[in-house]
Design a protein around this ligand. Sequence first.
Ligand code: C5P
Length: 420
Amino acid sequence: MAGLSGKRILLVIGGGIAAYKTLDLIRRLRERGASVRAVMTRAAEQFVTPLSVASLTGEKLHQELFSLTDESEMGHIELSRAADLVVIAPATADLLAKLANGLANDLASTILLATDKKVLAAPAMNLRMWLHPATQRNVAQLRADGVLFTGPDDGAMACGEFGPGRMSEPLAIVAAIEQAFDAETSLPLPAGLGGAKTGALAGKRVLITSGPTHEPLDPVRYIANRSSGKQGHAIARAAAQAGAEVILVSGPVTLPDPAGVAVTHVETAREMQQAVEAALPADIFIAAAAVADWRVEGEAREKIKKGAKGPPMLALVENPDILAGVSKMPKGRPPLVVGFAAETEKVIDHAKAKLARKGCDLIVANDVSPASGVMGGARNAVHLVTLQGVESWPEMDKDEVARRLVAHIATLTPTGKTSS
Ligand code: C5P
């Protein structure tokens, strides 16, 4: 992903157990071409070592407000100015309280007060601390001041409790950082990060399926495929960045939910179909999921046992075709329906046949033979197949495919209000 290439991130690390995830965040940001300068609070040093942070950033670490050498080389004001984005991870209750109230009594809080850059906070704390009215007041104040937030997530906490307060996973923070930059470079802020919606898909409701489906054989086994959901999720992110209201129906994937997108998680094709039907109407439907064509007839209630009778005979039944169903809706069909064709041979021929059979307006066809590395990989080479002809794009990053596809789709979308 070249999205963060050359971006300068000032990372403020607060004192919380989640700081160990911040080490991974630094790696992820640098992998994407960003440079990271870190500032640690005194408390943060109790959780991760300054040496680890300095080694991973490859930059001088800043810890002291009143450091003679630091102030002569790069004072706290320059530090906060020489960044494109300030990220607080973990954002502790204490750091949020200081920033909400304008306190500046150490290097981290002074930088946060002195910066003229956008600030993104990834809170992490015990759930009672997060839910405390004082913290919630501070968060509301910071949102009003324009501070962006990602998380916290719900889940098991280091303190043994369960609830909201876990810091977002590093990849989710990376996604929020990318969105913060996209927002800055003239695209609108996605929902959840605040801001008015403008952009090529502003006012459009876009429904997207992504990922594989899992079709159970019994309570512990299932049939699946190698789809990672990377392309569908990237399209959801790009559509949100283009100002659309995006609903993503995702099969089981290991990707974080894209920021600013309403996500429904499903397992099976039939659950995916129900979620799609519940989310309609939409202006645009994009079926990027690798839906299993078949499921096992009569899923076993108990785990199937090995026995004297030998291997079980599995009978398959066809799953509903979600894309064809939406394309052929007699009433309320989305004005633009886009399908995918993942093929291992005769890619364009199969895609043309699929366009006709499924009744959609555009098929995005790609070669998923093992040699192409597309399934689960980061890159893709697609052909856009319509009744008018075929447009082939060169191989590129899945995020780039997503951005171009969204821009292309915007040119095909009739202007006007959401269909109903
Ligand atoms: O028929 P095939 O699976 O190759 O078609 C691929 C396209 O149809 C993709 O857009 C996929 O999301 C969609 N599809 C679907 N429901 C199915 C099978 C495929 O929506 N049961």
